[in-house]
Ligand binder design. Structure first.
Ligand SMILES: NC(=O)c1ccc[n+]([C@@H]2O[C@H](COP(=O)([O-])OP(=O)(O)OC[C@H]3O[C@@H](n4cnc5c(N)ncnc54)[C@H](OP(=O)(O)O)[C@@H]3O)[C@@H](O)[C@H]2O)c1
Length: 226
């Protein structure tokens, strides 16, 4: 039975990924900041374990990595993220929100990727997926989003570093744009359902080979310019 580790698995895209992988017979390790409130995750049918994790808490990341030492993780999915709404517009950038967004969206996935790389290397499938965003595309940026855009552009850069460093170990690294998804972050009127987004990204991860490592694509496989 393959294993997937998903951060921010208690709602939105992460919860839908957890549901689909569990239904496919995978062991799912889903993290949540407040496990006591992660009832939708805990109630999913299948082999689900819920681990408490504030992704910016490096000591907690290291403690969880120590707990899971030696356990193969076929897919490590850094998914938790925030939009940084109050650090989006020039003239009203909230410094704390800028800092928090960068910590959650870049600092955390880098340190989580590093901490669990040995588990991925020890697995059969050896994949790292990252929920990035088209809004991290430098080529397509026309202004604004001072926290979110740089955070996802930085995440993409880190993905390329992981891809380069771990290629020789057979690890496939996949920065993915989930589409504009109807979650708390994306808003109820967003065009893509969480199910369709998660299904599309899972399909890409399921079929990924080393030739796909370091490619930035959306949930339907369409390439996104850096
Ligand atoms: N929705 C979209 O249209 C869209 C588009 C492009 C990219 N994305 C990306 O997709 C990913 C998932 O977003 P979503 O739409 O599913 O958003 P969401 O419904 O707002 O869910 C965000 C998830 O991240 C978790 N999280 C946030 N900060 C955290 C922290 N410091 N420590 C641990 N967990 C934390 C949340 O946990 P809590 O419940 O504890 O807050 C929640 O589980 C994000 O990386 C986002 O940037 C989304």
């Amino acid at each position: 039975m393959p294993t997937i580790f998903i951060t921010g698995a208690n709602r939105g895209i992460g919860l839908n990924l957890a549901r689909l992988y569990a239904a496919d017979g995978w062991k799912v390790i889903g993290t949540a900041r407040k496990p006591a409130e992660a009832s939708a995750l805990a109630a999913l049918p299948g082999n689900i374990s819920v681990e408490p994790l504030e992704v910016t808490d490096h000591a907690a990341v290291q403690a969880l990595a120590a707990k899971l030492k030696g356990e193969p993780i076929d897919v490590l999915w850094n998914n938790a993220g925030v939009i940084g709404r109050n650090a989006a517009s020039l003239g009203s950038i909230n410094a704390q929100e800028l800092r928090d967004t960068l910590l959650i969206n870049i600092y955390a996935p880098i340190l989580i990727g590093e901490a669990f790389a040995p588990n991925v290397i020890a697995s059969r499938q050896k994949k790292m997926a990252f929920t990035s965003s088209k809004l991290g595309s430098i080529a397509e940026n026309n202004g604004g989003r001072y926290a979110y855009g740089p955070s996802k552009a930085g995440l993409n850069m880190a993905c390329m570093s992981f891809a380069g460093d771990l290629r020789s170990k057979g690890v496939i690294v996949l920065p993915l744009h989930p589409g504009h998804v109807a979650t708390d972050m994306g808003g109820a009127s967003a065009p893509v359902t969480p199910d369709a987004s998660a299904r599309g990204m899972k399909n890409i991860v399921d079929n990924a080979t080393m030739a796909d490592s370091g490619r930035f694509v959306d949930y339907l496989g369409k390439p996104i310019p850096w």
